[in-house]
Design a protein around this ligand. Structure first.
Ligand SMILES: Nc1ncnc2c1ncn2[C@@H]1O[C@H](COP(=O)(O)OP(=O)(O)OP(=O)(O)O)[C@@H](O)[C@H]1O
Ligand SMILES: [Mg+2]
Length: 261
């Protein structure tokens, strides 16, 4: 199947200027490739600092200005340029950012979700999507500072899925959510995938990823070191890369062994 998103040989680097003329090159993403097909939840699993958020931000062209990006990012078969990303973002492609600080502090929740539209259809969808995540209609009248951390995260997710996007990039979507809400959120990702969307689920939590993902890309030191069907992790058989095996052994059901990680 044609991927809805493909990333090939992505690299992201920064130049850090020190005292005098000293300069250091940082190369957090070096050679990253992955694919997301329609109908699929594709997980990217990597430890903290491995470049997961940089990947998400590169896709949406929201990296800081001093970042240098090379490689090929395609959405629906065509290069995802900055102009294209900006025009599709929030409708066809949508990002669930890792930090809840991405909410606009000066705008009420309802206005953020409706993006300025006031028609009855948009109002209904806004109410429905909030309800789906256990947030009542009164949430629409609140400012972000009036939300708990878990509520703010649910608002971010609601905002990202409200327009029925074809591609969702979820950057660590569940911290701060209670277990039941986290399961509901992931279940909703799977439903969106079953309806034809592609979901890129970015997380450090392999166990969580395996509850919904069809494929898992393992990310280490700026590269994808492994790309596997999720089913392979059930038995642990055929996991050849040492880091992937170490991740598998560290899962609670496999004894939480941390040596080698
Ligand atoms: N603007 C920047 N300038 C220089 N280095 C940066 C910049 N942003 C991120 N980095 C570096 O890139 C690396 C990857 O960062 P990134 O935020 O993508 O990690 P992550 O995998 O999302 O981690 P986490 O799981 O903690 O969210 C880190 O080492 C970070 O210090
Ligand atoms: Mg991150």
């Amino acid at each position: 199947m044609e991927p809805i998103l493909s990333v090939d040989h992505l690299s992201v680097s920064f130049t850090r200027y020190g005292r005098g003329l000293s300069r250091t090159e940082l190369n957090p993403i070096r050679d990253l490739s992955l694919r997301v097909e329609p109908g699929q939840v594709a997980a990217v699993v990597g430890e903290s600092g491995s470049g997961k958020s940089l990947l998400a931000h590169a896709i949406f062209h929201i990296l800081p200005r001093n970042a240098r990006v090379a490689g090929d990012i395609r959405y629906d078969g065509a290069p995802l340029t900055r102009e294209r990303a900006e025009s599709l973002r929030g409708r066809e492609i949508s990002l669930i950012p890792q930090g809840v600080t991405w909410l606009d502090p000066m705008m009420k929740v309802g206005d953020q979700l409706r993006r300025g539209r006031r028609d009855p259809d948009t109002r209904t969808r806004c109410r429905q999507v909030l309800e789906r995540y256990g947030l009542g209609p009164e949430t629409e009248g609140l400012y972000p500072f009036q939300l708990s951390g878990g509520m703010a995260r649910r608002v971010l997710i609601a905002s990202a899925v409200m327009e029925g996007p074809r591609l969702i990039v979820a950057d660590e979507p569940t911290p701060g959510l209670d277990a039941r809400t986290a399961v509901r959120v992931l279940g909703h990702f799977r439903e969106l995938a079953e309806e034809g969307a592609g979901v890129l689920l970015i997380t450090h939590d392999l166990e969580l990823a395996l509850t919904v993902a069809g494929t898992v890309s393992v990310f280490l030191d700026g590269q994808t070191v492994d790309h596997l069907p999720a089913a392979r992790f059930q038995s642990g058989q055929g996991l050849t890369h040492p880091y992937t095996r170490a991740l598998w052994r560290a899962m609670p059901k496999n004894g939480m062994e941390v040596s080698g990680l």
